[in-house]
Ligand binder design. Structure first.
Ligand code: 8ID
Ligand code: ZN
Length: 353
């Protein structure tokens, strides 16, 4: 069995007060409990959720001080006494759902994200913006050893979430889905998962650069919300017969598009809410919802099987969303760019720098 030298201290980005910014500093390396593993995180994707966590946007308290991050991929370097199905040296990932009780009716039904005792990585427990993170053995994602850890990191939240969202939309191969916020982190993965699932995509986001980017990821149409004179008509026009897309994945971090989606979704279509703009409400006309038989639902990350399936799509070479690797020390600048909507695709931090 592999042996690893584990330092006493490590570099981390620590949010010390709500509102941030994160502070790059040395903190102690923790020891895994009996049902936990210690993971040498090599790379972590940066999700907009990490920014919500730092800003205290949501009606759910974070731990404080907080090490954020929940798209971390790395190597198991230590494990607790009860962990008998993971070896030192195995490659694993920490995802948003860090742990769940595995005994409540939600866990039993495979709805672990709904467990009342769920642990949220980088939110209620420390996450992956550090060199050594703790994961519950039952919940860490298994990553085949031949996969590039930087490239697979964004799959651990963005990939799982959009893959689940596409399943929740009920859209089948050959049908159309609209991806709102398609040029962002979740959006870029959504375009790739949708393509791999045989779906046509209508990408919605702002600016020419994101348009080029979405087209390069296989979008069949791009609607620019900053220049479109009639977004509803433009989205419908991108589907055969102008009937609108079967499914809509709402990934944007602003409230407006949540109100528009029921206007352009196809009758009997499904609107899936995934993005979580602070303080936002969903609004839809009751009349249209009834007579056009529209379904509106939320979708929240994915369970362990969704995780395995999302990684399998990646292993098969079907998911090639561009990402940019930068040092962990630059996290505050990433958050600034994210706040301004200037990130195209996903940023991934290298924890060794
Ligand atoms: O399980 C879940 N439901 C889950 C999982 C992971 C992330 C939910 N999220 C949430 C995050 O907390 C965040 O609120 O999904 C949202 C998107 O996360 P992200 O993809 O990591 O964010 P991003 O990279 O900043 O991308 C957002 C995109 O939305 C576009 C922006 O231009 C950007 O490309 N956008 C905005 I802001 N307003 C838009 C609009 N009106 C828009 N696109 C189209 N129309
Ligand atoms: Zn996330």
């Amino acid at each position: 069995m592999a042996q690893f030298e584990i330092p006493q201290e490590q570099w981390a980005q620590v949010v010390e007060k709500t509102g941030g910014p994160p502070v790059y500093k040395k903190i102690p390396v923790q020891k895994p409990g009996p049902d936990e593993v210690l993971i040498n995180i090599k790379y972590s994707g940066v999700c907009h959720t990490d920014l919500h966590a730092m800003n205290g946007d949501w009606p759910l308290d974070t731990k404080m001080p907080l090490v954020g991050g929940h798209e971390g991929a790395g190597v198991v370097v230590a494990k607790g006494s009860l962990v008998d199905n993971i070896e030192l040296g195995d490659h694993v990932g920490i995802k948003w759902l860090g742990g769940s009780c595995l005994n409540c009716e939600f866990c039993m039904e495979g709805d672990e994200p709904l467990c009342p005792h769920a642990l949220l990585s980088g939110y209620t427990v420390d996450g992956t913006f550090q060199q050594y993170a703790i994961g519950k053995a039952a919940h860490v994602a298994r990553i085949p050893k031949d996969l590039d850890l930087a490239a697979v990191a964004p799959v651990l939240c963005a990939g799982i979430t959009v893959y689940k969202g596409l399943k929740e939309s009920g859209a089948r191969a050959g049908q159309y889905v609209a991806i709102v916020g398609a040029g962002g982190g979740l959006g870029s993965l959504a375009l790739q998962y949708a393509k791999a699932m045989g779906l046509h995509t209508i990408a919605i986001d702002g600016g020419a650069a994101k348009g080029e980017f979405c087209k390069s990821l296989g979008a069949s149409a791009y609607v620019d919300f900053t220049t479109s004179k009639d977004l509803v008509a433009d989205v419908r026009a991108a589907t055969p017969g102008n009937v609108g897309p079967r499914g809509v994945l709402l990934l944007a971090v602003s409230e407006g598009p949540f109100h528009q989606a029921t206007e352009y979704v196809r009758s009997h279509g499904v609107v899936v809410c995934i993005g979580m703009p602070a303080g936002a409400y969903f609004k839809a006309p009751v009349f249209d919802t009834v007579v056009r038989m529209i379904t509106v639902k939320g979708s929240y990350v994915g369970n362990r099987l969704d995780t395995l399936e999302a990684i399998e799509f990646f292993r098969l070479g079907l998911i090639k969303a561009p990402f940019e690797v930068v040092p962990l020390s630059t996290l505050p600048e990433i958050f600034e760019k994210m706040e301004a909507g200037k990130i195209v695709g996903r940023m991934v931090v290298d924890t060794s720098k």
